[in-house]
Each structure stands twice: as C-alpha cells, then as structure tokens.
Design a protein around this ligand. Structure first.
Ligand code: GTP
Ligand code: MG
Length: 555
C-alpha cells in the first residue's frame, strides 16, 4: 500500500531515491551505519576552526557577477570553496586555501567614510563589497545560486512526510530536511572565528569554540549558536619547562573567585562586541546567571549567539552527544523527530521557562535507547571503561573521562525499526514513574530520585545536578499526556492506516501537525478543568519570570 501511495502522489521520487542513497552511503563526520572510520570530535573541531580562519564573509551587491568576483578574490590567492546565501542582502562565504590571502585582502580594504558619522577602524574579516560602475542588473542576477540556511516550512515538511514510503522513511526525511547543512556548519564556525577576532583584541591567544547543538550533531537549521571563550591556551604557553633556577610568572590581577573572573572577562568582551563588533547587535550581558553569558544577534549570519566562558563541561557534553549521535544511524533520526514533535506541541520554547529543553529530550532518547534489548547505545560508565590514559579528563574535580575514539565501540546488534522505536519511546515515557525515578545515562537504568523536582535527569558529569530542575509538574504532565496520545495514534495507525487517496496525514505527519492532533476525538483526550489550565498558565508565567535571571538554568 505504501509504495503505491508514493507513486500516486509524488512525482519527484527519483530525487527522493537519490537522496536516500546519498544518506545511506554515510558521512564520516556525522556517522551512519557503515563502518567507515569516524573522526574524533576534537579532530573535527580543529579542522573546522582552521578552515574558518582562512575564510571571509562578504556582503555583496545583488547584481554581482560570480565569475568576476572570484577572479577578483583570487588575486589574493587561490579560493578553496565559496557559497552565497541571503539574509537581509546577499552574502558570500569565501574560503581561501591559505590564511595569508585573508591578510592580503585586508590590506587592500579601506575603512568607509560615512559622511557625518564616524567609523571605528576595526579590520575584521567581514567585508562590504561595492561595485565601482553599475552593471546591467538583469543579465547578471541569474548567475548566483544561494544556499538555503533555514528549515523547510510546515507545508513543505507535511508534503514530504506524506510522500514518504514508510514511517522509517519519514523520520529519515525529517532528519535530512532539518539537519545542519555543510554550508550552515561552515557559517557557524566562521561566526565563532569572527567573534574570536574581537575577543583576541584583549586575549591574543584565546579561542572561541562552538558547542551545543551546532556541533553535537543534533542541531536543527535555525538553532542558536552556543560558543565558549576558551582562555586555557594562554596558560599553556607559560607552562613550557624552563631550565635553571628561575621561574617567571605573569603579573596578573587577582579576583575573589573563578566566577568573578568569568564575569569580568565576559563583561569586557560583551562591551567590545557592542562597541565595535561588526554585525553584532542587541548585545545583552547576563552575568548573574548560574552560567554567565553574553547574548547577541550576529546580523549577517542570522544567528542568535550565546557566548559563555569557563564552560568546558558543556563542551565535553557536546562531545558525548556527538559520540552517541555517531554510534548508530537511528539515534539522530529519533532525536530530531522527538525534538520536532515537542516543538510542534509547544512542549519546548525558545524562551527560558518551566518547559523541557532540547538537551533534556536528547538525554531521554539516549536513555531510552540504552534500555532497549539488546541496547542500541552503551552507558556512559561503559564508555568510561573503554577509555585509555589519553582520554582521561577531569574538569573542576568532575570525572569526565570516556573513550573518544568512536571506532573502538562495537556497533549494536539491535535491529529494531525507527517506527517501532518511536512508538515505544512514547509508550515508555507515557508510563514512566517520574514521581520516584530519575533518568541516568551514566548507568543506563532508573535510579531513585534524590530530590523532589517533577522531572529528574542526572547531569552526566556533575552528577549531583539535575539538568531538568526547571521543569514544572504541569509541563511534565503535558509531556506525558502527549506521549500517550502519540503512542495511541501510532498504534491505531499500524492497524488502520488512512487510504492514500484520502490525502490524510499519516505516521509522523499525524504526530507533528498540531491541527492534526487536534482532530483526535475529544473523547480520547483528557480535557483538564478550567481551574487546572489556569493554574498551569500561572505556573509557566511564574517560572519564566524566575528563569529570566538564570537563563541557562542548571548548566
Ligand atoms: P538547542 O539550542 O535547543 O538546539 O539545543 P542545545 O543542545 O544547543 O541546547 P542549549 O542551547 O540550551 O545549550 C547548549 C549546551 O549547553 C547543551 O548542548 C549542553 O551541552 C549544555 N546545557 C544546556 N542546558 C544544560 C543544563 O541544564 N545542564 C548542563 N549540564 N548542561 C546544559
Ligand atoms: Mg543551543
């Protein structure tokens, strides 16, 4: 029945087949079922960072001629790769083969004179290109192909999902459409590198590294860009051994605590970004949060950025998630679907509050996959037993050791389909004893809750912390209700799938579209009394107010 549905309604099947082949052939960086060697997280990070340092961002006139543009740039050295994208204007990302080419380009670039306004003469790698003489617009416009930086519209997603041939195919389609593209990933590393240039005005040997969903392989197009100012390299240079009886130390300013040092550093970097960071707007310094941060928009790339410092554990969490994402091709497909499902039903939000976060949802999926029989993912404790001396990692007294070479972990023998896993995920958490149990990916089994928060997910590295401390009882209940409802929809569907000609959404589409889940007969839904709904609303408002001062709760 399903292949027939596909043939009837989808003329673009060849393209779909090609995409599927492309996907199954695997990707060394993000992992898949094939056993081609997978790169370590640190190797990917270093390669991308070096690539970004050879890259520039150029705001271009709309009528630019690509060939002439590249010819102009190649006067400064060979161009390795480039792409264009649109975001309030046309932009080009150009990666040179050598770093010197960037300096050469900067040397012929002038600071604009803006009439009555004055410019701060900061030589960044973000340029503005102007044409000396105007060219015939229509003849040249067509030559530029823009890379898309945003996720598909709900309508397009709906069409794609309805055209898929199975629920498994739907989950893989959603992953393919929402995952970060090569270009978007490059733009993320480039943005960090541009911010690093600003921070380097104060701390010449600093590094600004992306973490979170931009690098952990679970990022959706449009997700925020979490970055961390790494000053550890500065200390390393002074740690070189010297001979003789003399020991030189830098004269430094001392402050009462590590936290005060972080606040001071972020305060000046925030000020710099605000005062002379090209394209950085809406800079907010949220220094009293548990994890102090500077939040701003990077206008040219369109990214909402959160810059933190002294946040090495979060980078290690990103590495751990990257490993889990690369171990089995089902992991990312399932996480993306659960994240999209949660977003579609407003279980998650971009505003901090009493809702579940994407990070918590990812932990729940990992935990669920550790509980399968045979397990699809190993526990963190097991990954620790595989570690060798070089993997040893202690951060602020916390043991963050685990094996970092992906190829040393045996693939799972579990062959369950994505359709089954999605249904079982909803069933598992629809019936989970949240009132007494804690979710723990370190041991891969439920533990008694050490404290009374409605949802308890143990922080894998700072094990006394709960990463979902912010979640209210009413938000957890909403999650449980929706999980049960979704399990029920998938279960019903398995028995009685709508006919292809009825054009009814099915499978994942039926779970994602709010209009569709709203169609579930009311008798199947537990409608809450008005008093409870108002109480939930008040809870959410109260907690979102409280969260505003601690925007990065639990980190
Ligand atoms: P999205 O931005 O929602 O796509 O996902 P994300 O994983 O990037 O989450 P977020 O931007 O909220 O946080 C960035 C990273 O910070 C996460 O990936 C985690 O590594 C870390 N993090 C976020 N929240 C917590 C938390 O409550 N506890 C701990 N320990 N780390 C957290
Ligand atoms: Mg993020």
């Amino acid at each position: 029945q399903r292949p027939l549905r596909r043939l009837l309604s989808c003329p673009g099947t060849v393209a779909a087949d090609l995409r599927r082949e492309e996907q199954s052939s695997g990707n060394a960086e993000t992992g898949s079922e094939d056993r081609t060697p997978k790169k370590r997280f640190s190797v990917v990070q270093n390669e991308r960072r070096e690539q970004a340092q050879r890259t520039v961002l150029i705001h271009c006139p709309n009528n630019i001629n690509e060939k002439k543009f590249l010819k102009f740039l190649s006067q400064h050295g060979p161009v390795n790769t480039h792409f264009f994208y649109e975001s309030f204007g046309l932009y080009a990302v150009v990666e040179f083969c050598q770093k010197e080419s960037v300096t050469s380009l900067q040397n012929i670039t002038r600071t604009p004179s803006l009439g009555p306004e004055a410019a701060i003469p900061f030589k960044s790698r973000y340029f503005n290109l102007k044409l000396r003489t105007s060219v015939n617009q229509t003849s040249e416009l067509s030559s530029i192909q823009c890379s898309n930086q945003s996720s598909p519209s709900s309508k397009k997603l709906y069409q794609l999902l309805c055209c898929a041939e199975s629920v498994d195919d739907q989950l893989n389609t959603l992953l393919r459409e929402f995952q970060l593209t090569e270009e978007n990933t490059r733009l993320r590393y480039l943005t960090c590198s541009l911010i690093e240039d600003v921070a380097a005005a104060y701390f010449p040997d600093c590094a600004v590294r992306p973490f979170g969903s931009s690098v952990n392989s679970f990022g959706k197009l449009g997700c925020d860009l979490d970055m961390f100012l790494d000053l550890d390299e500065i200390g390393k240079f002074t740690a070189q051994k010297t001979s003789g009886n003399f020991l030189m130390e830098f004269q430094v300013k001392n402050v009462p605590s590590e936290r005060v040092a972080t606040q001071k550093i972020l305060s000046v970097i925030g000020e710099c970004l605000d005062q002379f960071g090209p394209g950085c707007v809406g800079v907010q310094r949220i220094l009293n949060a548990r994890c102090p941060l500077v939040r701003f928009s990077h206008q040219a790339s369109g990214f909402q950025c959160d810059l933190t410092a002294n946040n090495r554990i979060a980078l290690k969490s990103s590495e751990l998630l990257y490993m889990y994402g690369a171990l089995d091709s089902r992991v990312r497909a399932l996480v993306f679907s659960v994240r999209c499902w949660a977003r579609a039903h407003s279980l998650t939000s971009s505003i901090p509050g009493a809702w579940i976060t994407n990070f918590s949802l990812t932990m729940m999926v990992i935990f669920f996959l550790q509980r399968r029989s045979p397990p699809i993912l190993p526990t963190l404790d097991y990954l620790k037993t595989l570690a060798d001396a070089e993997d040893k990692c202690i951060i602020e007294g916390h043991n963050c050791t685990f094996v970092r070479d992906l190829n040393r972990i045996k693939p799972s023998g579990n062959t369950e389909t994505l359709e089954l896993l999605l249904k079982e995920f909803f069933e598992y958490f629809g019936n989970f004893a949240f009132n007494k149990n804690s979710i723990n990916i370190r041991q891969g089994r439920e533990q008694n809750k050490p404290e009374s928060s409605p949802l308890h997910i143990q922080n894998p590295f700072e094990t006394s912390l709960n990463i979902s401390k912010n979640v209210s009882q009413s938000q957890l209940q909403k999650f449980v209700d929706l999980a049960r409802e979704s399990a029920w929809i998938l279960h019903q569907e398995g028995k009685d799938r709508p006919s292809p000609s009825s054009n009814q959404p099915w499978g994942l589409a039926a779970l994602l579209l709010p209009s569709v889940t709203n169609n579930v007969p009311l008798s199947k839904k537990k409608k809450k009394p008005a008093s409870e709904r108002i109480k939930n609303l008040l809870d959410s408002i109260k907690s979102s107010g409280a969260e505003n001062s601690t925007a990065t709760n639990g980190r």
